[in-house]
Write a protein that binds this ligand. Sequence first.
Ligand SMILES: [Zn+2]
Length: 248
Amino acid sequence: MDSVSRDVEILKKIMSVDDEIAFSSNHVNSMKEIINSKILLVEKLKEKIDIVKKKKENEEKNIAVENDKISVYESQLANAKSKIDNVLSEREFEALNEQIEVSTISIELCKKNIKRIVDLIQDYNGEIDEFNFKIKCINDEIKKIEDQVSLIFADSNEKIDVLAERRCALLDELGSDTRVLYESTKNNSTNGIAIVSVVDGFCGGCFLTVTKQKRLDILQHDRIVLCESCGSILVDVVNTDEDSCISG
Ligand SMILES: [Zn+2]
């Protein structure tokens, strides 16, 4: 086997090792993303609770205001009642009687207001309980996912270590020019992918068309072929559609 063919075979093995490493770390990362989105949800619910608590505090202040009013009306009422038996004129009697009526109605009104506010506060408490229950459920879910992640993480770290060792051994087998090419391609790549196949005429890295000449070059192993668009090393030509062929 000539040196290019040998290197291409090794590059294909490195490609599958790289894919496995990417798969292992992606799995953990996607679970961490789910956890983060749930944490955000909890934060939003806590903000909602704070808003409801503020409303509740305001209403509690309103109850205090109504109670103060009741005290004033009650002393007015007591004052009028104490005087009414000793009035000197009809006019004075009328005035005190009116005072008693107004105070009594006002006290009733304040009590009604307090009852309405107490009902409102009860509604707010219900809302807060509901939000807290949701937070508890989400936190339980987060805990479950975190447990899974730590299991998978330990497992995948071990796996990635083994895969990285395998990649090192494969790199040592490559010709020095190809090895340098692989390392610079990997370092320049935005997603860490250095080696891909051409699938149905498209580069597996950037999904742009690879020319017929390049596809022939890849199959003939005359040289190591790179994608013109993304710079990935192209090691194989794969056709998923049985009818298509290299001339397609
Ligand atoms: Zn490409």
